[in-house]
Ligand binder design. Structure first.
Ligand code: AMP
Length: 377
């Protein structure tokens, strides 16, 4: 079924992912209605309507659903039960079952391994004795993570030495935990893939990500890795989308090891920060593919006309560069409408395009970013 023009898409969450989805939806002739507890949200500012209220409140959810013809989400820490309630009223895409898997690192790893997508070796840890046993099996270094509600490096501890186990256990317990073998990765990559109700799959090229303070700093499109490795990653992401029966869009974050193996780290069933470059470097962005997939429109291939570097604007210092960014030819600016810059807060991003096949090396990229010249590159 194709959602007709002027229909309304409900988006759970009011952040920048919702904002950019709503902008893409508007271009396709749809309205968006946002559910958020935040009065002046980035998505709410560009949407046709907003339901202000708590994600957990059934009365609020019912009110929100009344405004929407189809519902999606831009935010993963919403309760799956809340989405179940919404799904009983309007179609929710991707399905609440997919959100459940992505919200729980154990369910996620079980799912990935069952779909023949390799991950770092892992063990579920529920007791202190199980932590000792898992460390004995996987060795150190290893990473201990809470299974739920972790993001941007929160809820995890790197274990290098047996003496660090007690402190990590005391900090992270009583949440259910998972121990992962440490991946000595050559680089971090990701793939954004859309899948339509008819099973059509469109996967963007594999990109490379660099982080600062556990927050995405830059994305390089395409990833500077062997073409076969990039293809392996795209095939894995497509397999994930197929195995989930996805209707919508998801991102798979992966590691590339020194010997060229690709290991999945996590999946996010929504547009992803590492896909923002697609707005400027592709005929149809990740946000357009997301909207097309959930609206039942035909999915074009996820082609790219340019190489690109995306740089996030995080916190006070980078946001203060906005006038310099605007004054620099070639930088494509995006700002999310957040009232106040704070440490660690994503305020906007900048894209720089290069002709297809000519992504420069580090010095060329630094020069092309002008005032945003990366430190430490
Ligand atoms: P996550 O919260 O799982 O996305 O992890 C945040 C970041 O921590 C990743 O982007 C990696 O840089 C690092 N990390 C997570 N898990 C591992 C691992 N098993 N081995 C090495 N680094 C990891």
């Amino acid at each position: 079924m194709m959602l007709p023009p002027n229909a309304t898409i409900g988006i759970v969450g009011g952040g920048q992912l919702g904002r950019m989805s709503a902008l893409a939806a508007a271009r396709l002739g749809y309205r968006c209605h946002i559910l958020t507890p935040e009065p002046d949200s980035p998505a709410g500012q560009v949407a046709a309507g907003v339901t202000l209220g708590a994600y957990e409140d059934p009365a609020v959810l019912r009110l929100f659903a009344r405004h929407a013809d189809v519902i999606t989400f831009e935010f993963e820490n919403v309760s799956a039960e809340g989405l179940d309630l919404l799904d009983s009223l309007r179609p929710v895409r991707p399905s609440p079952a997919i959100l459940r898997i992505s919200q729980d690192r154990l369910a996620e790893k079980r799912f990935l391994n069952a779909a023949d997508v390799p991950t770092a070796p892992w063990r579920a840890v529920e007791t202190r004795a199980e932590l000792d046993a898992a460390v004995a099996e996987l060795g150190l270094p290893a990473v201990l993570k809470t299974t739920r509600l972790g993001y941007d490096g929160k809820g995890q501890a790197l274990l290098r030495d047996p003496a660090e186990l007690d402190a990590a256990w005391n900090t992270l317990f009583p949440k259910p935990l998972v121990l992962e073998g440490f991946v000595d990765f050559a680089c971090e990559i990701s793939v954004v893939v859309a899948r339509g109700a008819d099973g059509t799959i469109s996967a963007f090229d594999t990109v490379e990500n660099s982080h600062r303070d556990h927050i995405l700093d830059m994305t390089f499109a395409p990833a500077r890795i062997a073409p076969e490795t990039a293809q392996t990653a795209r095939a894995m992401a497509s397999r994930v989308a197929d195995s989930l029966g996805l209707i919508g869009l998801l991102a798979v974050e992966m590691f590339v090891t020194a010997d060229g193996r690709v290991l999945a780290n996590e999946i996010a069933p929504r547009p992803h920060n590492s896909g923002h470059w697609t707005i400027d470097a592709c005929p149809a962005s990740q946000f357009e593919l997301h909207i097309r997939a959930i609206a039942g429109l035909p999915l074009p291939p996820a082609t790219r006309h340019s190489d690109a570097v995306m740089k996030n604007l995080v916190g006070v210092e980078e946001t203060a560069m906005w006038p310099d960014i605007l004054a620099t030819p070639g930088l494509i600016p995006h700002l999310y409408g957040k009232a106040e810059a704070r440490a660690g807060r994503k305020m906007g991003h900048v894209t720089r395009l290069f002709p297809h096949g000519s992504l420069p090396g580090p010095f060329g990229i630094a020069a092309a970013l002008g005032p945003l010249t990366p430190r430490g590159e």
